[in-house]
Ligand binder design. Sequence first.
Ligand code: AMP
Length: 483
Amino acid sequence: MAERVAVTDGLNWPRLGEECGVVGIWGHPDAPRMCLWALYALQHRGQESAGMAVSDGVRIRYHRGMGLVAEVFPRGVPEQLRGQAAVGHVRYSTMGASVLSNAQPLFIRFRHGDLALAHNGNLVNAPHVRQQLEDAGSIFQTTLDTEVVAHLVARYCARGDELPEALSRAMRELRGGYALLMMTPTSLIGARDPHGIRPLSLGRLEEGWVMASETCAFDAIGATFEREVEPGEIVVISHEGLRTLRGQEPMQPALCIFEFIYFARPDSNLRGMNVHAVRKELGRQLAREHPADADLVTGVPDSSISAASGYAEEAGLAYEMGLVKNRYVGRTFIQPDQQTRDLGVRLKLNALRKVVEGKRVVMVDDSIVRGTTSSYIVRLLREAGAREVHLRISSPPYRYSCFYGIDTSARAELIAARSSVEEIRKQVGADSLGYLSIDGLLKAVRGTRQEYCLACFTGEYPVPIPQGLGKASLEEVRGYQGD
Ligand code: AMP
């Protein structure tokens, strides 16, 4: 797959925003450093901004900035961030919202003292709730959904609730997919939406606790996986230990299937399954559904490599490194004109002539969003001498915008929303094109339509989408007559 790259990197990838990574550490003498390492492990979930808030038991201090974790924390943890608890955040955002004031964790000072919030996901009714709060006099400083949560929580606390109960009330008003971490000077609280759309896991440190979007963050800091935070659950950790309460009754489970397909790191586990192993199975299934007369299989680095190796194994073909990615092309590659943009792409990805020349190549990618990447890579392979290029996609056609934390391009930009498979094949210039079926996808994740959010493929949204939300209106969504 094309690794998610920042909107400014000159590669003109789709702007798929708002997917983020969160981590919270509790009760560790070196919590800020643990938090920083975990943020490094979660970097793939967001490269636009990073930040960390630390509690010393009395007050909270924070540091946030635009860019990669290494850019925001060039000399490690800043001197002033000392304490035994921390929350961290990495964010990938749409361009409009890509400003420092929107970097997280969000920090507020309210009636009960300091509060830091870090949030992954999207609240579909945030604009509505925000309007109501503003009408009642609230003043907002960011355009983040997270701030809506903060205001709701502060309002219920002002009416006498303790923080976890205030959060529980807030959750009943909120709709969408989210994994949320809140920290006061004396507690760390984690919560997950009632469908469990966005992931959040709980782990144990030798001293203390950790909650994070992905288990790869646990490995990075030597924590052991305890369990996933359950849909609708609130986990409260303080000096009294860990307690859990039902923030909201769990609803039909709907973990985002795209976590398996693209977002999560291959060394993470979700629902007890290793992401790499699932991706390999996606590839195997794809090979069964769409075999190809070919000489070798290659994957688009990085995360399509798991699926490509599964395809190769199942097809009895060699897996080869047909594409090489340069991991050091920075984010700040400016794109003044098309020529520079094309050069930027060439810097980032190259085909290995020695491997593909004269060969019939199966090229596996995890998804096609607008079709830009596929067109480019097919061309690249042909220019390097590939005789045939058979494109295989380890997910079904991506037809509907996501409203729960991925915020893909508007529907009009999704190539599969307006074109048939054959039309897409022609547009990207491949000799053949095959997408994994929904049934094949479900087989690989060992689940049913009732256990995952498949909205980007089926248009069946587990949480109703308010009219006119985002770039695609509900009419647009409903009006679609797919093939
Ligand atoms: P496109 O070039 O618009 O067809 O985008 C497809 C490419 O983007 C594939 O190589 C995917 O690996 C990658 N991709 C898929 N989902 C996302 C996402 N949410 N953010 C960034 N890139 C993505």
